[in-house]
Design a protein around this ligand. Sequence first.
Ligand SMILES: [Zn+2]
Ligand SMILES: [Zn+2]
Length: 604
Amino acid sequence: MANELSIKNKDDDLYHGSGKTNAEIMRHSCEHVMAAAIMSFWPKAKRGVGPAIAKGFYQDAEIPGYKLVPEDLKKIEHKMDLIKKSKTPFVKLSKDIEDAINYEKEHNQQYKVEILQELKLKGEKEVTYYQTGDYIDLCRGPHVKDTSCIGFFKLDRLAGAYWRGDEKNPMLQRIYGLCFDTKDELVTYIWQMEEAKKRDHRILGKSLDLFVINENIGKGLPLLTPKGAKIRKIIEDYEYALGLKYGFEYVNTPHIARSEMYKKTGHWQHYKDVMYGSFGIENEEYVLKPMNCPHHYMIYASRQRSYRDLPIRYAESGTCYRYEKAGELSGLLRVRSLTIDDAHILMRDDQIEDEFKNCIEMVSKMFKAFNLKDYYVRLSLSDPSDAIKYIADSNIWDKASKKLEKIVIDNKLKYIIAKGEASFYGPKIDYIVKDSIGREWQMSTLQLDLFMGKRLNLVYVDKNGQEKHPVILHRGLTGSIERTLAILIEHYAGAFPLWLSPVQVKLIPISDRHINHVQKINQYLSDASIRVEIDSRNEPMQAKIRDATLQKVPFLGIIGDKEIEKSANNDICLSVRGRNNNNLGQISLTDFLEILNKNIEKKI
Ligand SMILES: [Zn+2]
Ligand SMILES: [Zn+2]
């Protein structure tokens, strides 16, 4: 699995105990090498910070009297190559904080002076520096052993960034770099990014007219257009049918609830920062719901339940509202209103394995339908050292974690373990899915909850007439429908398979005299539940074909004199062009419908 956690250790001792992944350490070390190269060309550069980020690193710097241009990146890269080849060790040095301040002042590094003065205020007496050859930098570390260990890199782009992100401060120049353990990973990533640009769902969403985000409505609140809404409906219908097959019952619940409810569940304590609140209705405080769980629990609590009634599986496409920072919003991927294809299974202890198995099967079926073939799960467990984040009771946590790992193994799921990623109420399985260009997305989630039944006093009567608390499984089938829409737009590059296409067939009459004929075809296909449109605009045929191709419609039906001539009394003929040169030529309407239905059935 090509992910951060699987990158091999180059030198275990060196990384030990830093709390950073090896990739982070390698990327940050690569930044030192870049900073060294920058200083060799512009010795007066005043450096800001240079952290590792996902897939790479950046460095901020003020270069007096010079503005970097893209050609400089090649020059810096070349120098970095030389430093890498030199195999210069990273040497750790300690400095008294006063000496360090004086040192940075002498070298005109005002930003470093600022950092040091803050450290001094916090009571630091000594700081560490790392030296590679002539280059020396204030840094906490750790780093790789020597410069030859920095992996494969490419300087990616230039940007501007205010010192400490504050616009009152000077604007520094920022260089972003990519860095990977192997050349293969670097090349693949660069290719993925190029491909990703072509597939950007925000751009395709506009050109294919799937959704809009309007400032008057608000940031992060997507409006689905008729075509976008159609795709969502198809996904929801598919999930609905799948849910019924797997024994789920559908419920409907409102978008708001009393704050009191979330205080009882503990969401108020753990989730308050992302909840929109609060507003009053008749002296009671309400919030927009950040999740559907409590609403479903209260349906459960509305009647007496016996052990024979369990499992109870409530499902709902429930729209929730969560605060995301404006800077983090991104098309449909990160939004402030999201629809979770949610379900809550309330069950007995002895039903946990079967219910997970049921959900795991359902998720795998759904991925197959979306042609997402490659995925693994992240088994998210609690971090015992971070007790505040989790509901306390280490015995139950232990039991739940072991059970979940066994389920993952028994169901033959590829998995990695992530400590500290659990929900506050229990461990979970998160699905990480690879799209058609190999990018990873987090989608479905299955969460085990051993606490909430007791906390909310949800009960059932067991065999012996005793009251017991049910165990809960939270199931997000894809996670969120909005996010799924974004992922699928990029996965298919907007060319949805027939079963998901908002328009499946576009009919094009060659001239006005063919319109009657086209309308008959339209009626026939619509009656057979095919999503069909007629392009009756007064435009040349070639222009209509081009437009339909740009809209990535799977099939074009062209009708002119020849097709009418060929039509028999009871069966009309049309010329069909498929996307990607998949031409069916002249074909009878009944045969065409058969092909359509077959492809829809096969989900291709
Ligand atoms: Zn460093
Ligand atoms: Zn839930």
